[in-house]
Design a protein around this ligand. Structure first.
Ligand code: AHR
Length: 325
């Protein structure tokens, strides 16, 4: 199977070199070629997610064409167009933002190539017609978990007034929108909480540092009680700024983060982060299973959410299930 996939890939590459976009030869082999448009490499989460998809494609014996868009929507659109030209069997695609995909996804539809959205969603009046399935986290539930932790913490520590600064992810992306909405909906109406600011760190560690520096400059060390950050990369950046300024993370300023990479879970265990909401990057196996089922003509679920939870300083952190990716 693996050999077949390699042959198919070589045929595809040859097609590219010749400037012709032919369907890979050898239909007898039942080989499947997947075009994977990854949005970038902005975080450890993203890098782990790319590896997961690549490893699963190998395991399933599928040919995989990966294009990494380096955070640029235009590059993702180009990648999808090239997959259409090569007539891949399935397009797997992680949209950097929710809007602006109608034209290219309509082109995929016209070419009769099914599209599986992975990790992030699209938004359009016509969205339902533009993809076959979505697999990824329930980001709204993740935001709720972050808010629920803060409520538990305030109850536990008898906190009366918590001034929260939010460091959000890429504007217009699904995790940014839904993690924010879930969090705000959960703490809404509880007069102990006040969101004093929300700025975007684009899911990048370097920007997490910049955001924290900006927030400290604006509000001072005594003006912020909690930081809700939409991913671990930004949180780890913010954490280093706190430490450099002699501020004890997780004590002087509460830190709530999302993802669950090893470095963040280790920081939680070391008492430097208060809560880590899980978001698994290991979506590859389930994606390839969907591809396989689709090619076998089976009905596949429209939406698949992996099972996720949260770890915090109010839980037993010695439990073996508390580990990062
Ligand atoms: O879409 C998932 C988010 O994107 C992860 O939380 C973040 O780390 C990544 O960049």
């Amino acid at each position: 199977m693996r050999k077949c996939a390699m042959m198919v890939l070589m045929a595809v590459l040859l097609g590219i070199l010749c400037g012709c976009a032919a369907k890979p030869a050898d239909p007898e082999s039942h080989a499947v070629v997947v075009g994977f448009s990854q949005l970038g490499a902005e975080s450890s989460w993203r890098i782990a997610n790319t590896k997961s998809v690549e490893a699963a494609a190998r395991e399933y014996g599928f040919g995989l064409m990966t294009e990494n868009a380096n955070q640029k929507q235009e590059k993702q659109i180009d990648a999808i167009r090239s997959f259409i030209a090569y007539q891949v069997d399935v397009i797997v695609f992680s949209p950097i933002v929710e809007t602006g995909w109608d034209n290219v996804l309509n082109e995929a539809k016209q070419a009769d190539i099914p599209v599986i959205l992975v990790d992030r969603m699209i938004a359009s009046e016509n969205a339902d017609a533009l993809y076959t399935a979505y697999i990824g986290a329930d980001f709204y539930a993740e935001g709720c978990r972050a808010g629920e932790y803060l409520i538990r913490k305030a109850d536990h520590d008898h906190l009366e007034h918590v001034r929260i600064a939010e460091i959000s992810g890429t504007p217009d992306s699904t995790p940014m929108r839904d993690r924010q909405r879930g969090f705000l909906d959960t703490i809404q109406g509880d007069s102990r909480f006040e969101v004093i600011d929300s700025i975007s760190g684009d899911f990048l560690r370097s920007k997490g540092e910049e955001c924290m520096t900006f927030l400290l400059g604006k509000y001072g060390r005594d003006g912020i009680d909690a930081v809700y950050s939409h991913n671990d990369s930004m949180t780890l950046g913010a954490l280093s700024v706190l430490e450099r300024n002699g501020i004890e993370p997780a004590r002087d300023i509460l830190l709530i983060t999302v993802d669950g990479e090893k470095e963040a879970v280790d920081a939680l265990k070391a008492g430097k982060i208060n809560c880590v909401v899980q978001c698994t990057p290991d979506l590859g196996d389930e994606v390839m299973q969907l591809v396989q089922d689709l090619k076998a003509g089976k009905e596949i679920p429209r939406v698949t959410h992996p099972k996720e939870g949260a770890f915090s300083d109010l839980d037993d952190l010695t439990d073996p299930s508390v580990e990062g990716f």
